[in-house]
Design a protein around this ligand. Structure first.
Ligand SMILES: [Zn+2]
Length: 452
């Protein structure tokens, strides 16, 4: 009996070990199978230079060929400006751009998923693996040209469907003739970074839209603020660009009055401003077909009064990711419902389709939209944006002594036929309502004249 009991115990231990091993394998399979299959040593899919050998084509939304892979040889769009404008979307030949389609959507191009394995290789002997992006090649080229050699980012997306039509990051280069980056460190600084998806910048005055949203829901609407060109907070001074006298929220936003927004931030308090910053997408990322955006930060908890005031104006330690902020503009345009942006048009269920999230009440969103429409009518000039029904806010974000500020212009079109939200950011671009607004005007007019 004793021997039998011993043997049974040994058997039980063996069964337990086997079970533990099996569970470990299954967990690792679910977590890491995607990485295993994409390991460049997988000769079914990669050649000796670790490049994909699966032939496939990446198209823009209208069917233009952005990139073809034929037996490991990569060919890009026929037009140099389009190639350069779309470098951060397609990726470069050496896969330095981590969010380029060749890297980020590799599973899709390979045709692999957890349940079926490398299904396309099994089912389609010609191994074709095509990918259609939501981007419009001509619109991206127009945006790249409008940036005119300056560093920055331009984004345009449909706030009802989530489709990103324009995604441009500069500096860039022609992927068919890659330059020697190390010879021109200044010109190509951060060239592999997609500045729309993967960078953050101080938002400056575009953040006043977030502060205004909090004011609409927490302070009396007819309240007047006072501006004498500056505002004393203890021993510190918040300066304004003008002397605006007694001013209500609508005019304070239109004239981007720092003194009024400092008072609004102080009246709201740190907890309320923090809440609305979080609702607007700060301190969290968006996921664009599996790609996580960089996280813009706002942290005003327990901030000193002068810091809270500057945070409400968009300075202090605030940072914003351009795409994330553009999605917030889309939510304002779409009755407070944020439709998350996406890049893949022919979604075979690889990634969840656009997510919906109510980030503001419909009432607040409509009121904010009206304030932003007033900005165009009373300050930016309707004649500059004829027919666009433009609702917008500019930003001129200070970046330190002796440096030109970053220029922002962001908002949306209140048009049924062109439900587009946008963002333009120019690094050290100067006055947002001039330089960034001018880029936005050219891009949006192109979008409306060439169709969605
Ligand atoms: Zn003022």
């Amino acid at each position: 009996m004793k021997l039998l009991a011993k043997r049974a115990l040994v058997l039980l231990v063996l069964v337990a070990l086997l079970t533990i091993g099996l569970v470990c394998f299954v967990v690792r399979y679910f977590n890491q199978a995607s990485t295993w299959v994409q390991y460049p040593a997988n000769k079914h899919l990669f050649n000796n230079q670790a490049k994909l050998t699966v032939s496939g084509t990446i198209y823009d939304r209208s069917g233009q060929v952005l990139l073809e892979m034929v037996d490991g040889v990569t060919k890009y769009h026929r037009d140099k400006t389009v190639r350069t404008a779309m470098l951060h979307a397609t990726g470069d030949t050496d896969n330095n751009i981590a969010v380029g389609a060749q890297v980020a959507f590799r599973e899709h191009i390979i045709g692999w998923n957890l349940l079926n394995g490398v299904y396309r290789l099994q089912n389609q002997p010609n191994r074709s693996a095509n990918l259609t992006l939501t981007l419009d090649a001509n619109l991206c080229a127009a945006a790249y040209k409008a940036l005119n050699g300056r560093k920055g980012a331009v984004g345009v997306y449909n706030y009802q469907t989530g489709e990103i039509l324009c995604m441009v990051s500069a500096p860039s280069f022609d992927p068919e003739q890659p330059p020697n980056i190390s010879h021109y460190p200044e010109k190509y600084e951060g060239v592999y970074i997609n500045r729309l998806l993967s960078a953050v910048y101080p938002p400056g005055s575009i953040f006043k839209i977030v502060t205004a949203a909090a004011a609409l829901e927490n302070l009396p609407e007819d309240k007047l603020y006072h501006c004498e060109g500056k505002m004393q907070i203890g021993s510190d001074t918040v300066t304004c660009t003008g002397i605006h006298g007694d001013i209500a929220l609508e005019q304070a936003l239109a004239h981007s009055c720092n003194a009024a927004f400092a008072q609004i931030a102080l009246e709201l308090g740190d907890a309320v401003l923090q809440k609305y910053a979080n609702l607007a997408g700060f301190n969290s990322y968006l996921v664009v077909d599996g790609i996580k955006t960089a996280v813009g930060r706002v942290d005003v908890r327990n901030a000193a009064a002068v810091d809270l005031a500057w945070a409400g104006i968009g300075q202090y330690t605030n940072t914003a990711n351009p795409l994330n902020f553009m999605a917030f503009m889309g939510a304002i345009a779409n009755q407070g419902v944020l439709i998350s942006p996406r890049l893949i048009a022919d979604n075979y269920g690889f990634f969840a389709s656009s997510q919906k999230k109510q980030v503001l009440s419909a009432e607040t969103a409509v009121k904010l939209g009206a304030l932003m429409r007033n900005n165009t009518l009373s300050v930016y000039g309707e004649y500059n944006f004829k027919g666009l029904e433009l609702c917008a806010k500019s930003g001129t974000a200070e970046v330190g002594e002796g440096k030109r500020p970053h220029a922002w212009f962001t908002g949306f079109l209140a048009r049924e036929d062109y439900p587009l939200a946008f963002v333009v950011l120019i690094e050290n671009g100067g006055i947002g309502s001039q330089t960034a607004a001018s880029v936005a005007r050219r891009v949006l007019q192109t979008a409306v004249s060439t169709g969605k």
